[in-house]
Design a protein around this ligand. Structure first.
Ligand code: GDP
Ligand code: IMO
Ligand code: MG
Length: 425
């Protein structure tokens, strides 16, 4: 079966972009299946660092097709910027970037609605990236959205104007008023639409079905992480799409029986950007140290990411929901130099120990229970073979593998493509 999925098992930013880039050579098609420009996927090689928001992370490899699937929401202005920032790399976009006709468009007024909704929530803010994700998916499920296929039709502007007018009325419901220059936004928007109209717009599910029939290898690239999933994440502090494996089926039109490996990526610790509960969050000097060494700042918004210990309760849950078959551990290098490392192995809820992810993981509901392991002081960033791993790091890996009952096939020890260790399992 030719379709694999790579997805994040935590609250996003696990390092999906780096790993998709590293594994790209094994596939002919890399396809994003959900989310939109709230994502920021970082790739580092040959002295350059790239952050992709909408374009799949296989774009730097010749002869790979990068597909923006039907489940993705596209901000034309951001996509145009991304495409233009890649011009200098001589990428042949007509051969390497395809866009699904069924993907929904983020309009300028979706972004304004997102800002108004967040501003009106006061201290209950989701901490959205304010890219218009929530309002666009609301219009999709409300059956009001505008899709890429619409812009190929001459009268789509009527549809646009109708939806815009509706959004402007909706804005009046919010007490908090948002300042915006819609004329300027629309000018940028329509310019970008012209560029998108020149791209390869396709019936992506038909294309994928034919490729699957020809036994072509396909990699579905997830955005965000399982704990931000609209159904299974820490609701309401989540994003507005299914970030879990099932999202790849609906977001690309791939039948579940065509799935092969479902590869879960996690950081050796936990991070979260934006609001919402985070049981293993560290508000002390260790948390600050991890944030500093791990350079934990959002790739899309630049906001500081909150840091904490690895949480096996939520990881086990994510492994189950996704049906993970392979694991990849990222940012292991960041934990060097911490004397005692903790791993959350259970939650205390109502005075009892539980080992499952409950309805609420708010502070008043659960208290994390930790196991302490000895840390290591060696620098991991130059290691090229797992035999060179310090013994305490080996113990850390074995403990996680034993608990999750799945081997960790790749260990990342730095942001560069080359700092990737494939294990002999
Ligand atoms: P994504 O959204 O899952 O693609 O992850 P992001 O790109 O938002 O965040 C991951 C960050 O960690 C990026 O800045 C990467 O360059 C960096 N990174 C990835 N893998 C490693 C690693 O093994 N070690 C270190 N130190 N940094 C890494
Ligand atoms: P990648 O693909 C980390 C978070 C936001 C906020 C919540 C809702 O780079 O891993 P939204 O903009 O979707 O309305 O925000 O989800 N969030 C992410 N956090 N990585 C991401 O993407 C994220 N995309 C959204 O911070 O808490
Ligand atoms: Mg990211």
């Amino acid at each position: 079966m030719p379709v694999d999925i790579i997805l994040g098992l935590q609250w996003g930013d696990e390092g999906k972009g780096k790993i998709v880039d590293v594994l790209s050579k094994q596939y002919k098609i890399i396809a994003r299946f959900q989310g939109g420009p709230n994502a920021g996927h970082t790739l580092e090689f040959d002295g350059i660092k790239h952050v992709l928001h909408t374009i799949p992370s296989g774009i730097f490899h010749n002869s790979i097709i990068n597909l923006i699937g039907n489940g993705v929401v596209i901000d034309p202005v951001i996509l145009e910027k991304e495409i233009k920032s890649l011009y200098k790399y001589n990428i042949n976009f007509s051969k390497s970037l395809f866009i699904s006709r069924k993907a929904h468009l983020i309009l300028p007024t979706h972004r304004i609605l997102d800002a108004a909704s967040e501003a009106s929530k006061g201290n209950k803010k989701i901490g959205s990236t304010l890219k218009g994700i929530g309002p666009t998916y609301m219009d999709k499920t409300g059956r009001n959205g505008i899709r890429v296929g619409d812009i190929e039709k001459s009268n789509w502007i009527n549809k646009y104007n109708q939806l815009k007018e509706k959004h402007l009325k909706l804005l009046n419901f919010y007490e908090v008023k948002i300042e915006f220059d819609l004329k300027k936004f629309e000018k940028e928007f329509f310019q970008a639409i012209d560029l998108i109209n020149e791209m390869n717009i396709i019936d992506s599910e038909v294309f994928l079905h034919n490729e699957i029939k020809s036994n072509v290898n396909i990699l579905a690239e997830g955005a965000q992480g399982s704990l931000l999933d609209i159904d299974f994440g820490s609701y309401p502090y989540v994003t507005s799409s299914n970030t879990t494996a099932a999202g790849a089926c609906t977001g690309l039109g791939i039948p579940p029986n065509q799935l092969n490996n479902i590869i879960g990526i996690f950081k050796a610790y936990s991070t979260r950007v934006g609001s919402g509960p985070f049981p293993t969050e560290l508000s002390n000097s260790i948390g600050k140290k991890i944030a500093k060494i791990g350079n934990e700042f959002g790739s899309t918004t630049g906001r500081s990411r909150r840091c904490g210990w690895l949480d096996l309760v939520s990881l086990k849950y994510a492994v189950r929901i996704n049906g993970i078959t392979k694991l990849i551990m990222m940012k292991s290098d960041v934990l060097s130099g911490i004397e005692k490392i903790k791993i959350c192995v259970g939650y205390e809820m109502d005075g009892k120990k539980i080992d499952y992810f409950p309805y609420s993981i708010e502070k008043h509901s659960v208290i994390p229970i930790y196991k302490e392991l000895k840390g290591w002081f060696e620098d991991l960033t130059k290691i090229e073979n797992e035999n060179e791993f310090p013994v305490n790091f080996k113990n850390y890996i074995s403990y996680i593998e034993k608990e999750l009952n799945i081997p960790i096939s790749i260990i990342s020890v730095g942001p560069n493509r080359k700092q990737t260790i494939f294990r002999n399992l």
